[in-house]
Ligand binder design. Sequence first.
Ligand code: 2BA
Length: 109
Amino acid sequence: MKLIIVVIQDKDSARLIDALGNEQFKTTKLATTGGFLKEGNTTLMIGCDDNHVDRALDVIRDNCSQREQVVAPISAMGGNADTYISKPVTAEVGGATVFILPIEAFHQF
Ligand code: 2BA
């Protein structure tokens, strides 16, 4: 068994959860925050058999599009936590960041 952890944009989450559900994948949705943009994103946990991982990756790939966005991450100025600057940069957003972990045991009581 594997645990797939996938970080996606909020706007892709409903479509991806529905698409995974249509293929009998079970998901848990977590509200998360990206460390760079400090904006909300969505993290899904998907537990599945090893032989279903490739299908899950196909569904994720098909439902999370990548796009460029001008963003303004907030950072401390001169190491002084009281003063912050916001410098716009272009970042690739969307798509999906995927981690696949082996699961030692799975129980439901
Ligand atoms: P954020 O950390 O908010 O990053 C959002 C996007 O900003 C990133 O998209 C990347 O395109 C850009 N970015 C991140 N750090 C950057 C930097 N130092 N300089 C310039 N651009 C930067 P993704 O790479 O697709 O990541 C999307 C979200 O996935 C991230 O949101 C974070 O929540 C998560 N993530 C990505 N890689 C991760 C990792 N190795 N470990 C844990 N979480 C990760």
